[in-house]
Design a protein around this ligand. Structure first.
Ligand SMILES: Cc1cc2nc3c(=O)[nH]c(=O)nc-3n(C[C@H](O)[C@H](O)[C@H](O)COP(=O)(O)OP(=O)(O)OC[C@H]3O[C@@H](n4cnc5c(N)ncnc54)[C@H](O)[C@@H]3O)c2cc1C
Length: 464
């Protein structure tokens, strides 16, 4: 129980809102992308600025409340919300300041990548964010940040120049290569373990209009199309970042009949530029077979940021499994195709990303906390379904696919695609033993009481 007077006092001191279970907006505040996660916090602070974050954090400490931090709530594991504790919700913090000549942008912690690239588009600039527009800048960057510019410009976190951070003791500090550089190292991959970032500064890149899209093939051609994609990716320049997907086309009445609701293979990508060099690079992908549709075209980058949104509808129950791929053999492709033929939900996608052989690997492994820059391909199955009665069937299918894929997967995974049941084994797969040890030492320095533990939690060194 928290004293009413204390809550009233906190409320009066916040510029943003403080929500309790009976308040309007409470249910929206506690909701996250994955509707399987239903938690009921005692309090939600919808922070307007860094000072609100400090006040909320100090209140949580004083009242011994579990803290969770919400960027936009897209993490499938649902760590943004907690039961009975205090959600520090950053989603109202939407400030974006573009320095076009300097090619940088300052971004509030509540922004999505769609909002950032909308602000950059008039300057023909783009940020290296994610593959969709709706995900939060915060969680995506702090864990990594794979997106349509990854092979050319690296991860979102590779483009982070500085961050403003509220530490566990309530101090506000800067983190960059020149200020608190150890914290800056940990923020780039260590997730929300070390503090609450209220503002990011990123390097951004000329983009404007780029050649982007997807070629769609019938599922009956899946094996051959995926093999063809694999061969294409072996030679494609790093200007092109792309992936292959097995999915169902939406039941869209405006779509032509062969596509509507059909199981398909999508070979998608973005060339960081347009014109003859772009056309030439993408031509082999477009030339293969007889596609149901070829949607590649010159597109403003902020629209590109939205082109995959349809594949991840909101309001779904989600269970994801992911790992880097060590062997993208014909046998691995067969496993994917055979399992997708039995997929229980039309909202589920199997995704292969080609993120490597470019800028991601040029950053030395030791330069950031992000783990495993050396695996060029990533596998993720994004299981999603609408009816809670179907949960067991979908989770079982997802685990079955993952188990069948194990012989082809590396013992290494991307932390942001975790679903929440990975435990310490998952932490080791995300970082490796050496990095995990360094992260634990940093945790001891910046958050010795493990205040920030609603995350892929790195525990302080002494409890390792
Ligand atoms: C539909 C969909 C598409 C996705 N696509 C991509 C993709 O293309 N590329 C990619 O790399 N990932 C992708 N992801 C994964 C994504 O990176 C993570 O889900 C990420 O956590 C989302 O960020 P968020 O701020 O919305 O997360 P939230 O759920 O709000 O936060 C996740 C956790 O991050 C921490 N956190 C968040 N904000 C802060 C902050 N400001 N300071 C300190 N800690 C913080 C907290 O521990 C929090 O629990 C996708 C996820 C979904 C659901």
């Amino acid at each position: 129980m928290i004293a009413e007077a204390a809550v009233r006092e906190l409320k009066s001191r916040l510029s943003g809102q403080l929500l309790m279970p009976a308040d309007e907006g409470y249910d929206a505040g506690r909701s996250v992308f994955n509707t399987m996660i239903q938690r009921r916090p005692a309090l939600i602070a919808r922070c307007a600025n860094a000072e609100d974050v400090v006040r909320a954090l100090i209140f949580a400490r004083e009242h011994d409340l579990l803290v969770s931090v919400k960027g936009t709530g897209h993490n499938v594991a649902g760590f943004a919300v907690c039961d009975g504790g205090f959600v520090i919700d950053l989603s109202p913090m939407k400030g974006i300041t573009v320095d076009a000549p300097g090619r940088t942008v300052r971004v509030g912690a509540g922004c999505t990548w769609g909002e950032v690239n909308d602000a950059l588009q008039p300057h023909a600039l783009a940020a290296a964010g994610g593959f969709v527009s709706v995900t939060g800048v915060s969680g995506l960057t702090l864990g990594g940040g794979l997106g349509w510019l990854v092979r050319k410009h690296g991860l979102a976190l590779d483009n982070m120049i500085s961050a403003r951070v509220v530490l566990a003791d309530g101090r506000i500090v800067a983190a960059s290569a020149t200020e608190n550089d150890d914290l800056f190292w940990g923020l780039r991959g260590g997730g929300g373990n070390f503090g609450i970032v209220t503002e990011f500064e990123f390097a951004v890149h000329p983009a404007g209009t780029v050649l982007a899209g997807v070629v769609l093939h019938p599922f009956a051609d899946a094996r051959q199309a995926l093999r063809q994609w694999r061969e294409f990716e072996k030679t494609t320049p790093e200007e092109f970042s792309g992936g292959a997907l097995l999915l169902h086309f939406p039941q869209d009445p405006s779509a032509p009949e062969p596509l509507r609701g059909a199981a398909i293979v999508g070979l998608a990508g973005v060339y960081a530029g347009a014109g003859p060099a772009a056309e030439k690079a993408v031509a082999p992908l477009r030339a293969y077979g007889t596609p149901l549709a070829d949607m590649f075209q010159p597109t403003p980058y902020n629209q590109v940021q939205r082109m995959a949104d349809f594949a991840f509808p909101p309001g779904m129950h989600n269970y994801w499994k992911s790992s880097y791929v060590k062997d993208l053999s014909d046998d691995a492709i067969d496993v994917l195709v055979d399992h997708f033929a039995r997929v229980p939900s039309p909202h589920t996608a199997i995704v292969l990303e080609h993120n490597g052989d470019g800028a991601l690997e040029r950053v030395p492994e030791s330069a950031t906390a992000f783990g495993h820059r050396g695996w060029p391909y990533n596998f993720v199955v994004t299981s999603a379904w609408s009816d809670p009665k179907d949960t067991e069937r979908n989770v079982t299918w997802t685990r079955g696919l993952y188990d069948a894929m194990r012989p082809f997967l590396a013992d290494a995974a991307y932390v942001n695609y975790y679903t929440g049941d990975e435990g310490r084994e998952g932490l080791h797969a995300a970082y490796g033993a050496e990095k995990l040890e360094r992260l634990a030492v940093l945790k001891t320095k910046y958050d010795p009481d493990n205040l920030f533990r609603m995350n892929q939690n790195i525990t302080p060194a002494e409890s390792l």
